[in-house]
Design a protein around this ligand. Structure first.
Ligand code: FES
Ligand code: CO
Length: 331
């Protein structure tokens, strides 16, 4: 699947950059091969449009924001969040701005501290829900938002793949002595999948401290959710009552790269937790996955004959089937 060649993927919301990244200046962002400019309007709401001025094609992301409008760095034309040109400094008082002075604009809104963008004005689904964000029991640990050179589908499959822990996560929680993957219950949902699985883990010293379980070996009791096309949310419970929430989305930049948004929450008392240590553990796990995912082929085949599979790949196989059905239904 080449993501830029599947128009139905334009009809989903994707997380792009943290809202904070737009406070100082507009930012470029590439989504499904489209070069966009993101900025904040006068009300502080994110706006998105093509990063190409309709006058002489200069990159608007190199310009600046004037009272909430984006100003082109070349001749200073200004555009509102709908993409309409609202100021042309060169015009004489008797001249009017032609309605054709317009740049394609896209839906943009803030959620969970990130700027979400949809390239279609008819999204097929809302921004994925994360109920824990509204739950006062949960607090958030700052994690990351960055580019990985891999397909989003590879990452989605990876987080459901119990078979790689003992091989890839040897520095963090993988148990090298137990390569047979934990079994799981797989549930098909209309817009994704859910699995329930209990995974024996062997925690490194940092994670033993983070979860408050001094023993090396413990259990992770997962409820994992995948939401079409590239969003993952998991609740991970530990035997001592700690519950954590992992959110990951893989926004397709182009056919070979994804912008990964990751955030992490937990239900205990933040005063008793070293948030930096939690951050460092999450980074270490991500680095292990990233190292391997960036070696995989970005054109993930939806045709199941093209790669070989084992039992633990069932969630990924269902993802491929659901993506193929989505593409077929909209072609
Ligand atoms: Fe943008 Fe001229 S190129 S105003
Ligand atoms: Co992994």
């Amino acid at each position: 699947m080449r993501v830029t060649q599947e128009p139905v993927l334009r009809r989903f919301w994707y997380s792009t950059l943290p809202l904070e990244a737009l406070r100082q200046r507009p930012q470029p962002f590439q989504l499904l091969g489209e070069k966009l400019v993101l900025w904040l309007d006068a009300a502080g709401r994110p706006a998105a449009m093509l990063d190409r001025c309709c006058h002489r094609t200069a990159r608007l992301s190199q310009g600046k924001v004037c009272q909430g409008q984006i100003q082109c760095p070349y001749h200073g034309w200004e555009f509102n969040r709908q993409g309409s040109c609202v100021k042309v400094p060169q015009l004489r008082p008797e001249e009017r701005i032609p309605a054709s002075y317009k740049v394609p604009a896209f839906l943009a809104q803030e959620r969970y501290g990130y700027v979400w963008v949809c390239l279609s004005d008819r999204p097929l689904a809302d921004i994925p829900a994360v109920p824990e964000v509204e739950d006062p029991q949960f607090w958030r640990v700052h994690t990351y938002n960055e580019r990985w050179d891999c397909a989003g589908l590879r990452l989605m499959e990876n987080v459901f793949d119990n078979a790689h822990f003992s091989i890839v996560h040897t520095g963090t929680f993988g148990d090298t002595e137990n390569p047979v993957p934990a079994s799981f219950e797989l549930i098909e949902l209309e817009d994704g999948i859910r699995t329930h699985t209990t995974v024996p883990v062997k925690n490194n010293p940092l994670q033993r401290q983070n979860v408050g379980i001094p023993e090396e070996r413990t259990l992770r009791i997962y409820e994992k959710n995948w939401m079409l096309p590239f969003t993952y949310r998991a609740r991970v419970a530990y035997p001592n009552g700690l519950v954590t929430l992992i959110f990951m989305s893989a926004t397709p930049i182009d056919d070979t790269a994804s912008q990964i948004t990751h955030f992490f929450m937990r239900n205990d008392d933040p005063a008793g937790v070293d948030a930096d240590a939690v951050f460092r553990f999450n980074r270490a796990v991500a680095a292990e996955d990233r190292d391997i995912l960036e070696t995989t082929h970005p054109d993930v085949p939806l045709n199941l004959e093209a790669e070989q599979h084992m039992l633990a790949d069932k969630p990924g196989i269902l993802m491929r089937r659901k993506l193929a059905a989505l593409i077929k239904a909209h072609s």
